[in-house]
Design a protein around this ligand. Sequence first.
Ligand code: HEC
Ligand code: HEC
Ligand code: HEC
Ligand code: HEC
Length: 121
Amino acid sequence: MKFAVIVILIAVGGILFFGAPFSQQPNLAMHYNSPEPILPMTFAHLDHVATPCIKCHHNYVDDTGMETCMGCHVSNMDVWPLLEEQFHDLCRDCHVEKLIAGEEAGPTRVCIDCHLEDAFP
Ligand code: HEC
Ligand code: HEC
Ligand code: HEC
Ligand code: HEC
């Protein structure tokens, strides 16, 4: 029992200090009806009220359609292979820009800051 507690403490400590390495992502699953197991997304609109809707909801203006983001991005085989690249460019790049500008920013590095399951939106 004690041993288990210590192991958990070390694991949590490791994640806090170094970020979860990919091999330790606990939540790979068929999220959003994805064809292969993927990580969940952490996202809250309340953290993003300063950003215009269409910065993210490009589908409101470009006639791609009116699904949820992930509804399209895991089912459209043109963009499915680009999921990591496209979403990291959108989400992480903005956070990095804000951080460099010395403003309030979202997560830039620690995987589980963006990849734990949460309640939308
Ligand atoms: C920083 C990016 C971002 C901004 C800005 C943003 N959203 Fe979202 N929105 C998302 C993400 C990510 C989801 C989760 C969708 C999913 O899981 O597929 C979402 C979900 C939603 C949903 C649920 C249905 C859907 O389309 O997925 C609605 C409705 C919505 N947003 C409306 C808005 C409106 C209105 C605004 C502007 C006032 C806005 N959002 C601004 C990223 C954003
Ligand atoms: C109806 C389908 C659909 C919905 C809904 C949708 N997308 Fe997309 N998305 C696409 C397609 C198709 C592309 C590739 C073609 C393009 O760039 O228009 C794309 C491209 C992108 C790109 C890359 C853009 C670039 O310039 O490289 C990002 C980032 C992105 N989507 C994020 C989102 C987010 C975030 C949401 C929800 C807030 C969302 N998408 C909703 C279909 C969709
Ligand atoms: C245009 C800039 C921008 C974009 C695009 C953006 N974010 Fe953010 N995000 C921010 C800012 C700024 C904050 C900090 C808000 C605050 O602290 O008040 C933030 C905060 C967050 C947080 C909260 C972190 C915490 O400490 O609670 C998460 C999670 C997050 N963003 C995830 C995402 C995801 C996922 C996407 C892409 C779907 C995304 N963000 C797209 C600017 C952006
Ligand atoms: C700023 C937020 C953010 C950070 C930080 C982040 N990601 Fe992501 N990542 C996303 C979003 C949003 C998606 C697309 C939605 C999804 O996959 O749930 C994504 C997609 C991915 C994908 C492709 C599909 C999947 O979910 O498996 C991989 C792999 C991935 N991320 C790995 C990582 C790893 C590893 C780290 C840490 C080194 C990391 N991400 C950090 C936001 C982030």
